[in-house]
Design a protein around this ligand. Structure first.
Ligand code: FAD
Length: 362
């Protein structure tokens, strides 16, 4: 049975690669460069710290994926001969006051309690933090540290995934915009912008923001919305930063990536000077030496957000051959989407329990 995956971003490709590894033929239909594509504009974190603070199933799912990441990266690199620049030395979140430290500690401790004590983190004073990151400036009061946080080059990941899909015999058709889905009893017909027709015995909708239009045609609520994030990157600098944070990381080429803002501005993916300035000011607060660094690139991209910010994994109630998959942390969850999601799609006995992530919660 061939699976058609609509959407060739990191979510669709991670799943497609996993399905192929499980011996399932896959065709990926992906839109065009004019589409909003979070997978090409994100921050590259594989992030655990603080995720799912008020929704433990998400905290567990995130950690499951983070734990799978090393093996996933190694396997992808070996298969494709491409370097992902995956680094897993743990991540920090900077605090600028005693109050912020207190609140962070309380939040992470509460999460640890909800996870029966199994949630590694440490609170580091400025002095302790300086041992890990000597360049922090005097405004930094301390940080939380989580050994399970890591980061990757997200564009290398995307490239490796599409190469891996093709190497395992999968087909990726680009510049194919699915406009209409006509559901039948046991299969669906997909009609593209160019009036091409495809028939799917198994259909996974992983089209990011494109799901807004396609989802309801299969009976999904598909409540996703755009949330803008802006990112900056500095000129290349000698390596100094081993530990990423939610706002600062040194990429494998040497630049320091700064971001990402959060703004509810609809389908607007343009940067603005005020946001750029506030991101840059934060970076210089943490690392005063960055005040003299040149910003060489900035961009905005749109996150794919569900109403509560958590992933949606939903099999259609009406059309048993159709699934809807979306999340706002597709880099972090790529390993789980590759290794575990296919088992759920194939209804295997050892499939993960994804019921907390169904659309019934909306
Ligand atoms: C600024 C920013 C920072 C982020 N930082 C992180 C981070 O550090 N860590 C992390 O884990 N996540 C991060 N994310 C989130 C992450 O990028 C997304 O979760 C992920 O990229 C979503 O992937 P996707 O495949 O669902 O969507 P997309 O990448 O948007 O891909 C959707 C694909 O579907 C295609 N498509 C759409 N409609 C159709 C159609 N009708 N027919 C055919 N194809 C269609 C599009 O062409 C596109 O290729 C960040 C996002 C942003 C914007």
């Amino acid at each position: 049975m061939r699976t058609i995956v609509v959407g060739g971003g990191v979510v669709g490709l991670s799943l497609a690669y996993g399905l192929l590894k499980a011996g399932q033929p896959v065709l990926v239909l992906d839109g065009s460069d004019g589409d909003f594509r979070a997978s090409r504009g994100n921050f590259g974190l594989v992030w655990v710290q603080g995720k799912g603070a008020d929704f433990p199933p998400y905290a567990r799912w995130t950690r499951t994926s983070a734990k799978l990441w090393s093996g996933f990266a190694k396997e992808l690199e070996e298969l494709t001969n491409l370097k992902l620049s995956y680094e897993n030395k743990g991540g920090v979140e900077y605090c600028f006051s005693a109050q912020e430290m207190k609140e962070r500690k309380a939040e992470l401790s509460a999460l640890r309690d909800k996870l029966d004590g199994d949630y590694p983190f440490e609170m580091l004073s400025a002095e302790q933090l300086k041992k890990k990151i000597p360049q922090i400036g005097p405004k930094v009061y301390g940080a939380s540290y989580c050994p399970e946080d890591s980061h990757v080059n997200p564009l290398s990941l995307l490239r490796a995934l599409s190469q891996a899909v093709r190497m395992l015999g999968g087909d990726i058709r680009t510049n194919i915009r699915v406009m209409e889905i006509i559901p039948g009893e046991n299969q669906a017909e997909l009609i593209t912008e160019n009036s091409e027709r495809f028939v799917a015995d198994r259909l996974v909708l992983a089209a990011g923001l494109g799901a807004q239009a396609l989802g309801p045609q299969l009976g999904f609520k598909a409540l996703v919305r755009p949330q803008q994030g802006q990112v900056l990157i500095t000129e290349k600098m000698p390596h100094f930063l081993d530990h990423p944070s939610g706002t600062l990381r040194q990429v494998n080429e040497g630049g320091v990536q700064i971001g990402a803002s959060k703004a509810e501005v609809g389908l607007n993916d343009h940067e603005d000077v005020l946001t750029t300035a506030s991101l840059a000011a934060h970076a210089a607060d943490v690392f005063p030496m960055l005040a003299n660094a040149q910003i060489v690139r900035s961009w905005a991209a749109l996150r794919v957000m569900s109403p509560d910010g958590y992933p949606i994994y939903q099999r259609s109630d009406k059309h048993h051959y159709a699934w809807f998959v979306t999340c706002h942390s597709g880099i972090t969850l790529a390993a789980a989407h590759c290794e575990l999601l296919p088992r759920w799609i194939m209804s295997k006995n050892d499939a993960p329990d994804l019921s907390p992530f169904s659309e019934a919660r909306f």
